[in-house]
Design a protein around this ligand. Sequence first.
Ligand code: HEM
Length: 149
Amino acid sequence: MEILNTIYPWTKVIHLLAVISWMAGLLYLPRLYVYHVETDSKHLDKGKTIVLWEHLLIKRIMNPAMITSWTFGILLLLTPGIVDWAVFWIWIKIASVILMTGFHGFLLKQQKLLKNNVIQYSGKQYRLLNEVPTFLMVLIIIMVVVRPF
Ligand code: HEM
């Protein structure tokens, strides 16, 4: 575990880079879904392009970024002396990242449905759903920086 203390700043660098990339995808994908459901189905080529963008964003950016965020976040949790389990903010952060991961899973399910032309939510509802990762992100940043509890 000594090694974790030595590499700690670098673990955090990779954690933050991964988290930024993951958030970029979580904030942009629902926006692509808005365009997707608001695109006239007669414009098939346009629809196909959006499906490809969604697919590439998930496979190339979001899935790897989520796995890297978790891997390096867990390494930070395991680094001796970094997290005090008696303070409350870390539990709120953990609950928030679990919810964020649930939202990621929800977006993957929606992509499968949209690809097969099953539309469950309107553009307006996807705009509203976009607020979920925004809210969780604000909560997480306040928890890790301000540590109010
Ligand atoms: C995916 C699961 C995640 C785990 C297990 C995790 C865990 C951790 C841990 C243990 C730390 C170290 C705290 C310290 O150095 O004092 C940390 C730092 C940090 N995390 Fe996460 N995290 C995760 C996801 C996220 C997400 C989604 C965000 C942002 C939306 C985020 C933002 C940050 C920030 C900004 C720091 C630096 C805090 C500082 O140095 O003051 N993390 N994370």
